[in-house]
Design a binder for this molecule. Sequence first.
Ligand code: UD1
Length: 423
Amino acid sequence: MAIERIIVRSGRPLEGTVSVAGAKNSVLKLMAATLLAEGSYRLDNVPRIVDVDLMAELLRAVGCAVEWDQVRSSLLHIDVPAEISPVAPYDIVERFRASVVVLGPMLARCGEAKVALPGGDDFGPRPIDMHVQGLVELGATVDVVHGYVEASAAELLGGRVVLEFPSVGATENLLMAAVAAKGATVIDNAAREPEISDLCEFLSRMGASIGGVGSSTLSVEGSGSASPLHPADHAVVPDRIVAATHLAALGVASGEVFVAGARHDHMELLCQKLTEMGMVITPDDGGIRAIAPRRLDSVDCSTLPYPGVATDHLPFLVAMMATAAGVGIVTENLFPGRFRYVDELRRMGADIRTDSHHAVVRGVERLSGAPVRAHDIRAGAALAVAGLGAEGTTVVSEAHHVARGYEDLAGDLASLGADVRAE
Ligand code: UD1
């Protein structure tokens, strides 16, 4: 269902169980990785979100068949043909930035790739210089021509790539190129996010040889070409950002909730922060059990690459801090322009001051419901969460952003007893 707005009325404490589907930030890369080898793949625990539909559209545009299973709603079938067309057109790429991860696998499979340059996001410029530099170090020639990144390599050659910053997307593109390069590749200062490990696991099932999984030094024994790789089945790692969204909703509304499927080991620092704020967080039987008191205490926090507090978790922490007792200082180190949701929270009566990539959040007793706008996926979800702690009604418009990363946020919150609906 296409949604336009989420309508939130504050009220009851939350109670019950909510489940977390597979991670958007993993499945999109797994779908891209299928381009490496001809054949039939089955991906399970796939979230039914708009970005998956968009990646499916992109895969179809290069020649693949992508279908949901008729019986199991989280199962996606992908058939990759013997020949793919290594071009990712602008009209699809501009709709979701993650599409740039087809660059590495297309280049590895076809010796060439043409991917439209992704635009900026609403939270600032998102360059791909590290993706490009890394591919060049593996022997590719890369040019930007008429808004397209054009890469070619008669043969990719393994080498050592030191990333200037542990970029998630650059690590993924390089991994997917390196598995088919000739010889060994070492990616140093690699991103360590759980979604990267999920991709490594999937690539290994496809026949790749990757060492150091989960660490910042990944070593890949390249197979010389994509042909030795083969299809595999895989279940997507649970979404730690969606899990954080449910925990934050509980933090704002109070109550007791079980987040089924949430991986405590993938969100340890966030859970530590939530505990400092007064919540009781317990890993339990394939999920996280959490209890939140009537009012939380504030905390300080800074975002960092994994295992630091994720930039995608910060809007939720700030939404909680807006009505927590005390003052919290937060620093956004990954995307300095990512504070637009703060202006929206201010419209709801939050007392937050920003200074470049820092914000000082002075908790108020209660926010007041207001019309606010979702500038990106997490901002929209965080505003809906904040609405649970606001007097009156909050209407989050441009909620189509939220649908890019959540199957049914309003339905999930409503199943826990919140007065939330989407339309
Ligand atoms: C991914 C996630 C996103 C998350 C982010 C950081 C997906 C689809 N998205 O985005 O939700 O917030 O990781 O955890 O998985 N940078 C450069 N040059 C580059 C690449 C990155 O300067 O070539 C900079 C970026 O501008 C940013 C920082 O590095 O400041 C981190 O970006 P990166 O880790 O690459 O994020 P994404 O992969 O785009």
